[in-house]
Design a protein around this ligand. Structure first.
Ligand SMILES: NC(=O)c1ccc[n+]([C@@H]2O[C@H](COP(=O)([O-])OP(=O)(O)OC[C@H]3O[C@@H](n4cnc5c(N)ncnc54)[C@H](O)[C@@H]3O)[C@@H](O)[C@H]2O)c1
Length: 256
């Protein structure tokens, strides 16, 4: 158990890869705090984990709710060792369709919310001179052409940049900051993209998935567990001398 007795916050832990990460961390021995806007989904993850977990209803777009999340985590478990910034939002939009409201919505969660989670969790981590932050970015942030929309890609580019700057500014406190850049991963967001392809190309769901996966060198999309594997490694002491990096988990779609 690589995360024995560690205290880990996972944002967006009710569904998709956040849920897989939370369950994996609990299996690795961590006390997991589920920071999730969808309470019903958080309760399901909590029930699956059983014992060492706590659900704290949190909208990471609201800084006062992040402060409450941090306070409740410290109250329950005494410290924060790991933060996984996973919560993220998007929808399929063409270049000319992106509105100010779309822009603000995606940036408020994916970039602004992610930063304030990092800052607030790091305030606790500095006291213990140790911590691991894992940000879920995307290959969209590296210019993947099949992204859901341009503003989303911008938020993920921001995550990659903040991972580097955060790593350099927190290194003196022995806090590691790394990012994972998933490719297509079978979650709600994946289904949204497939539904768009079905409508646009007038094909079946199976055909849309087959065409998409045919573009991936290793021939398949990720399961959420593919991302949880990398998150468990980056959150563990095995990654002690790795910081500021953004690792693609995408079956070989992108090279940098
Ligand atoms: N699925 C993919 O193909 C893919 C690819 C690249 C990157 N990503 C990124 O991976 C991360 C997880 O995505 P997913 O596919 O598991 O999505 P998902 O929609 O299945 O799950 C996201 C979770 O985050 C929660 N959430 C949304 N807004 C929140 C907020 N303001 N505060 C707290 N929780 C909130 C949702 O309720 C949900 O439980 C996101 O950052 C996403 O951008 C996904």
């Amino acid at each position: 158990m690589n995360l024995h007795n560690k205290v880990a916050i996972v944002t967006g832990a009710g569904e998709g890869m956040g849920r897989a990460i939370a369950i994996r961390f609990a299996k690795e021995g961590a006390n997991v705090v589920l920071a999730e806007i969808n309470q019903a989904a958080a309760e399901e993850t909590l029930a699956t984990i059983g014992g060492r977990a706590l659900a704290v209803p949190t909208d990471i777009a609201k800084v006062d709710q992040i402060d409450d999340l941090i306070a409740r985590t410290v109250e329950a478990f005494g410290r924060i060792d790991i933060l996984v910034n996973n919560a993220g939002v998007t929808k399929p939009l063409g270049f000319f369709e992106v509105t100010e409201a779309d822009w603000d919505w995606m940036y408020s969660v994916n970039a602004r919310g992610l930063f304030f989670c990092m800052q607030r969790a790091a305030r606790e981590m500095v006291n213990q001179r140790a911590g691991k932050i894992v940000n879920i970015a995307s290959i969209a942030g590296k210019g993947f052409r099949g992204t859901s929309n341009i503003a989303y890609a911008g938020t993920k580019g921001a995550v990659i940049a903040m991972t580097r700057i955060g790593a350099s500014q927190l290194a003196r406190y022995n806090i590691n900051v790394n990012a994972i850049c998933p490719g297509a991963t079978r979650t709600n967001l994946f289904e949204m993209g497939i539904a768009e392809a079905v409508a646009k190309r007038k094909v079946t769901r199976e055909e849309a998935v087959r065409r998409m996966e045919a573009t991936i060198p290793l021939g398949r999309s990720n399961s959420p567990d593919d991302i949880a594997n990398m998150a468990a490694f980056l959150a563990s002491s095995e990654a002690d001398n790795i910081t500021g990096q953004s690792f693609n988990v995408d079956g070989g779609l992108m090279w940098d």
